[in-house]
Design a protein around this ligand. Structure first.
Ligand SMILES: [Zn+2]
Length: 215
């Protein structure tokens, strides 16, 4: 069992590592070819995986997303979560969908397997797009990001609307097809095709992204 001062020292080292990771991101000193790239994780929250809007297809991509996020963190590539956090009885989405991801509830929390780490950024949204009414654009510009890797759910809804807003703002977009999902195969394929044709997204796989020169 660690004594108090040892725990304090470990905390200090842990916090310092987070600061150094952040500084490496901000300074672009990590030396990796993806220094202008960030990974966005959209709506990998309980309600979209095992909750009220659950999807086995969303469940299946969890290990892939996890692998890509760990890889990004090791290479000082910023990881930004943007999660639904709806206002109960207010948000327009509830005219279309059952009530889900109400701010402060279990359903709005990131799934256990993908919990954000200290060096990650976490934003909340109330619309499909991760840019709408959030500080995502501001954050990405402060981090000098020009390329966004989109992961999460749902490909033809929140991923697609986020891609649209990223495209309108001049970001390059990469979509690893094994890290996003729709509710069925046909919709997934159609959405990926749309992302490629309309927003010029590069559709690829996580393994190919991870094989690129990161350092
Ligand atoms: Zn929603």
């Amino acid at each position: 069992m660690q004594n108090h001062s040892q725990t304090k020292k470990d905390n200090f080292i842990g916090n310092r590592k987070v600061l150094l990771d952040l500084r490496a991101i901000l300074d672009g000193r990590s030396g990796c070819g993806f220094v202008k790239t960030a990974v966005a994780v959209i709506d990998m929250i309980n309600d979209f995986v095992t909750g009220v809007l659950k999807s086995e297809r969303a469940e299946k991509i969890v290990p892939n997303v996890k692998q890509l996020l760990n890889f990004a963190r090791e290479n000082h590539v910023p990881v930004v979560y943007v999660n639904d956090a709806h206002m109960q009885n207010v948000d327009v989405e509830f005219d279309v969908w059952p009530e889900h991801a109400v701010a402060g509830t279990w359903g709005a929390q990131v799934v256990d397997e993908l919990k954000p780490e200290k060096s990650d950024f976490v934003l909340q949204k109330r619309r499909y797009s991760a840019f709408q009414g959030t500080s995502l654009d501001q954050l990405l510009r402060e981090l000098k990001i020009d390329t966004l890797i989109l992961t999460g759910v749902v490909t033809d809804i929140c991923i697609q609307h986020t891609a649209a807003d990223a495209f309108f703002r001049g970001y390059k977009i990469i979509v690893p097809e094994d890290c996003v999902e729709a509710n069925d195969e046909q919709t997934q394929k159609a959405a990926l095709d749309y992302l490629k044709r309309i927003y010029g997204c590069e559709i690829t796989g996580k393994d190919k992204i991870m094989k690129r020169k990161w350092s």
